[in-house]
Ligand binder design. Sequence first.
Ligand code: ALA
Length: 390
Amino acid sequence: MDYRNDFPLLKIGIIYFDNAATSLKPQVVIDAVVDFYTNHTANIHRGIHTLSEEATELYEDSKEKVASLINSKPEDLVYVKNATEGLNFSAYMINLKRGDKVVTSVMEHHSNLLPWYLMKSKGVEVDFVGIDEDGRLKMEELTEKARGAKVLAFSHASNVLGTINPVEKITKIAHENGALSVVDAAQSVPHLKVDIKKIDADFLAFSGHKMLAPSGSGALVVKEDLVKDCTPPLAGGGTIHDVTLTGVEWAKVPERFEGGTPNIEGSIGLGVAAEYLEKIGMDKVRVHELELLSHFFKQIKDLPLSTYGPEIKDRTGLVAFNLGKIHAHDVADFLNGRRIAVRSGKHCAHPLHQCLKIPASSRASFHIYNTTEEIDHLFSALSEALEVFS
Ligand code: ALA
């Protein structure tokens, strides 16, 4: 699988293993953004002049492409700036009341914890499902806690453990209990074949910037019948059908939830990125990442490397690790000196790190342009770090 020439930043000679934070962008995505600015700049849904019509068409066309990647309908896609915004919107739209219970897990990224914490001020209870020693959700506990819940909010894939959660099953459990299912798909849509129809989640959010698209693009997939009576979390231009001095008639979904001028160029780039990934095939992306994971775990050998999360087949292409007793930031800094980019810290998953009883971890996260040779370089650099720090 050689897509390296499509990614201009690789030409500076770095090993980029920070894809779970944000991915690199292929030239086609960069070109699409430049083309919008150069040839089509205008606002969308607001003008009848030619440029505005072109911009609107490009924006709407991007929804077709994104919908096709995830087997959704373009009209179910609310464009948001990232998964965080999508998850916050979901928490708002669900209109939770005093006494309602939200069940989530200890492995969540803060973006799928804090929107629910905010609801505590309304008297909403937030409960957590734990993980087993392999970093998998405790499904019996989840089933138990789902009783009487109003929302089950889980990540599809953990940004630290890599664990792929059974979101189809979780949604089924939610629905059997009369609850809604909210899925944080920020770490799955860029790496796995995600089929919205199969998962059947009520709300599912993901970011563009982790899936080869521009920052500030992303989508919240909603079920129209659930949200057609919701007021917009962000009201403004574009969200209304009509306004008088005494009232408002909201626009239909999804426009109702896309207040203000959206990230037009980012969204166009998101469509191009979705098309690029679909052309490659998400199954191939997955196979490539499994190969990289398998190579990574074979290289550990005698290195005192602690890793977290389940066996390869149940994880996405990332590995959080600690090298001996060296602090994760020192490891990342040392690797940076060898032109290898990894993330270190708690990865916006503080409760998970508390649960794992570690202060921090370094994380190598892969995408289609990474190679087994790059992993070999990582391991040589880790051996060197071990010598330098001991
Ligand atoms: N959520 C992103 C990460 O895990 C930023 O690094």
